[in-house]
Design a protein around this ligand. Sequence first.
Ligand code: PHE
Length: 352
Amino acid sequence: MTLPTKAVLQQLEQIQKQASEELEKINDPKELQLWKVRYLGRKSRLTQVLRSLATLPLEERRKVGVRGNEVKNILESSLAEREKILEEARIASSLKYKKLDVTLPGQPLSVGRLHPITQTLEEICDIFKGMGFQVIEGPDVEWDYYNFEALNIPQEHPARDMFATLWVDAEVEGGKARLLRTHTSPVQIRLMEKKRPPIRVVVPGRCYRYEATDATHESMFYQVEGLAIDKNITMADLKGTLFEFCRCLFGEERKIRFRCDYFPFVEPGAEVAIECLACHGAGCRVCGYTGWVEILGAGMVHPDVLRRGGIDPKAYSGFAFGMGVERMPMLRYGIDDIRLFYGNDLRFLKQF
Ligand code: PHE
């Protein structure tokens, strides 16, 4: 059914008048919502009028359309205005009844924190920075060459058994296979290839080993490597540096043990252990019932390793060390399971 234009225009006037009058009287947000549905909703009279436009001749359609849209705009802006008035009234009344008490304590903001291992890494690097070391990094995915060959561990060398390796490539040919680095030592070679002595760096980073996890082993863990190369570097420099480091991290009182050890890429090689903090030397799960916890391997850089890095072992010498990072907070805080660090249990992590 089509109505004559005049009747339609009249209808629009009527809708506007009625809607405005009703709106004036609304004081409740819920009613406001109902009003919106009634006058602007899909089934409202206004919408129906606008829809029926298509049936009018072009001239009329324009006239009615313009007016219809005007009415719609007016209703929409009156609605927004009414909403604002109601909101202001709500705030005013809530302030009237609940006066603001400025003496109440504020709402605490919850602040995030760094992971205990990140904190430890920063602390370790800071100690070495204080001794003139630079902090650098290397890749997690490494070539067989850097992880093994260049470090005097050719294929079939028994020392490969020290490192249960996670391979990226199945084929190993002339050091060309990729693996997840089993220690941070490959960065030694990478740096020597690029930089001439004097070198003094520490290298924090993730390492990976194909091992069953237990209280003291994880398949992913952190190490910090150290490397110093210059003229006349001796074992005394190595020992002095490591003792100073242990004193800074664990305090003056802690007993430190410095012994011989073997690593193919150093000669002579050494190992540093400190008195177990969890049991104070009596023997427990953390120290494998020995009273001592090994925290790092070290030694004088092997001449062949220097040579492969393009450094003349007759002119230069150097020391290197590599430490396990998780051990440090375990010792310090008496944490007896390494898996806690990567279990993402907030009850544990929140304590640091
Ligand atoms: N890379 C050795 C390891 O992971 C540690 C080490 C570093 C030993 C440097 C000697 C010199 O066990």
